[in-house]
Design a protein around this ligand. Structure first.
Ligand code: PLP
Length: 359
């Protein structure tokens, strides 16, 4: 298997892929694949409900929250969220931490009044905004944060206290990577394709009362209450993707749950960050240490030609996805839940060896 450091879609555990392979043409003796089954069948509904129940268990989601499986990616949530929550006379407040937060606020502006609650642009998005800088306007419908900036490689280490104003988080690139107190949030959403499974399904965790006030003019598919009332089965769900999410959640559970996953992520990323910090300046981290992500490690080499050589040689040695995003440049290793420790050990070794040969 490749050492897969792709930013997304990202690595899945080999066991999960093998389980899916075993059941691919014949799901539990049904004589057909899960993707050939009616989404109204008892067999499919069991998978659907099991995935929801596992999410509740693993992420300790309180009873007054609903778990939805939607389509359109996190990018659709950038618009759907303000369509539902940004009601007349209110404003949506956004903490701008980088590329994805900017995309989210851009969509909200199309729907209603938005306020920049804080921004780390002045720091070149090398950190998330300081919690004490986040302004919560009284008439805010919600405060939106991006818990992990996939491109810059920054991550909130703690979350702001927004009082009675609902806190909303785009957790696309760090959902289930660490324990989170869900009761501090009004809405959490995430595309599945990094930590939860394949692309095609988007997770939304929403406090029930927040779905009660959607404007009457909203089309059915864009209303949270439609999906709540219909248990995410209003129309045909992405059944195969949800099946894969269910397998992935079982894998997280058998790995010891989210606490164990968080510890593993800490150990995995420490190997790479330590290599950067002990390189005597050969490698430099892009994110400031206060905001370093445990999911996306962004770093540079002082010389762009060497960065190109690093990518080329890494590919020859079985590493995938280490080229940085064009907006930040340099290099990036995405170390999502399914990336094994061995991949990070191999990367740290490759980095040290590359420095020895080129430093
Ligand atoms: N938000 C973050 C933090 C992301 O990393 C991404 C995708 O990389 C998105 C949103 C967009 O997700 P999607 O492709 O599911 O629309």
């Amino acid at each position: 298997r490749a050492y897969n450091f792709n930013a997304g879609p990202a690595a899945l555990p080999l066991e999960v892929l093998q389980q899916a392979q075993e059941q691919f043409v014949d799901f539990n003796g049904a004589g057909m694949s899960i993707m050939e089954m009616s989404h109204r069948s008892a067999a499919y509904e069991q998978v659907h409900n099991e995935a929801q129940a596992l999410l509740r268990e693993l992420f300790a989601i309180p009873d007054n929250y609903r778990v939805l499986f939607l389509q359109g990616g996190a990018s659709t949530q950038f618009g759907m969220l303000p369509m539902n929550l940004l009601t007349a006379g209110r404003a949506a407040a956004y903490a701008i931490s980088g590329n994805w937060a900017n995309k989210a606020v851009k969509e909200a502006k199309l729907i209603g009044e938005t306020i920049v609650a804080a921004s780390s642009e002045g720091d070149g998005y090398r950190r998330t905004p300081a919690l004490t800088d986040i302004i919560v306007p009284e008439h805010a419908a919600y405060v939106h944060i991006t818990s992990n900036e996939t491109i810059e490689g920054t991550q909130y280490q703690a979350f702001p206290d927004t009082g009675s104003v609902p806190l909303v988080a785009d957790m696309s690139s760090d959902i289930l990577s660490r324990p989170v107190d869900v009761s501090k949030f009004g809405v959490i959403y995430a595309g599945a394709q990094k930590n939860l499974g394949p692309s095609g399904v988007t997770l939304v965790i929403i406090r029930e009362d927040l779905a009660a006030e959607s404007p009457k003019s909203l089309p059915s598919m864009l209303r949270y209450d439609t999906h709540i009332k219909n248990n995410s089965l209003y129309n045909t769900p992405p059944s195969f993707a949800i099946y894969m999410v269910n397998l992935m959640l079982k894998w997280i559970r058998s790995s010891g749950g989210v606490d164990a996953i968080a510890q593993a992520n800490q150990a995995k990323t420490a190997l790479v960050y330590d290599t950067i910090d002990n390189s005597g300046g050969f490698y430099t981290g892009f994110a400031l240490p206060v905001s370093r992500s445990r999911m996306n490690i962004t770093f540079r080499i002082h010389n762009e030609e060497l960065e190109k050589l690093f990518v080329k040689e890494s590919e020859q040695q079985g590493f995938v996805g280490l080229k940085g995003h064009r907006d930040v440049g340099g290099l990036r290793a995405s170390t999502y839940n399914a990336v094994p420790l061995e991949s990070c050990q191999a990367l740290a070794q490759f980095m040290a060896d590359f420095q020895r040969r080129n430093g």
